[in-house]
Design a protein around this ligand. Structure first.
Ligand SMILES: NC(=O)c1ccc[n+]([C@@H]2O[C@H](COP(=O)([O-])OP(=O)(O)OC[C@H]3O[C@@H](n4cnc5c(N)ncnc54)[C@H](O)[C@@H]3O)[C@@H](O)[C@H]2O)c1
Length: 333
């Protein structure tokens, strides 16, 4: 069992990482509590059943799988059901699923009756290494992803890497893109290890390393004013590509291209291309530069004429650089 502590000025919580943790989930959760659960309709039901065999889940809400469910409409419809079901402030909400479920459930937990306790049980690689930790919650507006959001930390995060065995390979590689990013911005040892072909044999350690990197970054900068922006390596261009693809491209696939673009002419460019190919992640795109530029200029992380971009000087060493928005074109060329 691996434990990572996440500390912010107002919250401290533990991320537990253990193979087969779900089989023993009751020992991580308070007994005599009322639980409700949000999950999606594509995640294998056995995970939900493993939970219900151990704890009393009074109400479960299953959303349609996919990014389109991360909406204010879905949030409102679940909130209505919770009200009808008599859910009060002393219930604990469990988020069982990927980043969509986690972000939506976290958002609901932050606003329902001014705040419910919630527990993250992430079941995708992306959610295990990234979205379940750090307290960012959000739903999308039709014109902007994550436009409506809050900071709300879970009371704990329970990670069972065994759940990755049922994950589609494309979704697994989607999470690999974020893992490669962690290596690039802050951990050369992790980056080097990823080149070996046996990641599945030690995925629990890899997850723990990534969670520890994120916890350290969140500790230093919970609200994204400084060092937390490092987590956006490849994301400015990546988000634009994701939006331009009308979300047919997965987040990790789009940021893989974003990272490859930001790595142009750097000493590690070739090794990064090799790594992205190893995990079947794309490295090129066909979108019009002008379209990407227009999207980047409306990015919610842009401020007036300026944009913070992330650069990596050498593997393991990312830094934030402020540029004029128009200068991002230089990287797109
Ligand atoms: N809050 C944050 O800090 C943060 C960080 C990164 C990404 N995100 C958000 O995360 C979301 C993407 O998350 P995601 O990549 O996990 O996508 P997702 O939640 O849509 O899950 C991907 C697919 O995998 C399925 N699935 C989940 N677990 C499974 C399992 N164990 N076995 C089989 N299938 C399973 C889901 O049903 C879904 O179809 C985006 O909305 C993104 O904005 C948030």
């Amino acid at each position: 069992m691996k434990k990572v502590f996440v500390k912010t000025p107002q919250h401290t919580y533990t991320v537990y990482i253990k193979n087969e943790l779900l089989k023993d989930v009751h020992s991580y959760l308070q007994k005599n509590k009322n639980y409700i659960l949000i999950s999606d309709d594509f995640i294998p039901k056995m995970y939900y059943e493993t939970l219900t065999s151990q704890i009393n889940i009074e109400h479960a809400y299953f959303i349609k799988a996919g990014e389109q469910s991360k909406s204010i409409d879905t949030a409102y419809s679940i909130i209505q059901k919770m009200l009808n079901d008599g859910v009060t402030k002393d219930y604990t909400l469990i988020a069982l699923g990927g980043g969509v479920v986690g972000d939506l459930a976290g958002f609901i937990a932050s606003i329902y009756m001014r705040g419910l306790t919630y527990v993250q049980i992430p079941t995708t690689l992306l959610a295990q290494v990234d979205s379940s930790v750090g307290g960012k919650t959000a739903v999308n507006a039709p014109t902007m992803k994550n436009a409506i959001g809050t900071y709300k930390h879970p009371s704990k995060v329970l990670i069972d890497p065994e759940t990755l065995k049922t994950l589609d390979i494309r979704q697994f590689n989607n999470g690999m893109a974020e893992i490669i990013k962690y290596g690039l911005i802050s951990n050369k040892t992790l980056y080097d290890e990823l080149h070996a072909n046996n990641i599945n044999e030690h995925i629990d350690n890899v997850i723990a390393t990534c969670v520890a990197i994120k916890a350290q970054i969140v500790y230093l900068d919970e609200k994204d004013q400084g060092v937390r922006q490092l987590l956006n390596y490849g994301h400015t261009i990546g988000h634009a590509i994701e939006q331009a693809s009308k979300y047919t491209m997965l987040h990790g696939e789009a940021i893989a291209i974003g990272m490859r673009i930001m790595a142009k002419n750097q000493s590690f460019e070739d090794s990064l291309i090799q790594l992205l190919k190893q995990y079947h992640l794309p490295i090129t795109h066909n979108f019009d530069h002008k379209l990407l530029l227009d999207i980047i200029k409306t990015d919610k992380k842009a401020h007036q004429d300026l944009l913070n971009i992330i650069l990596v000087e050498e593997v393991g060493n990312g830094f934030v650089k402020t540029i004029k928005k128009d200068d991002i074109e230089h990287y797109l060329r």
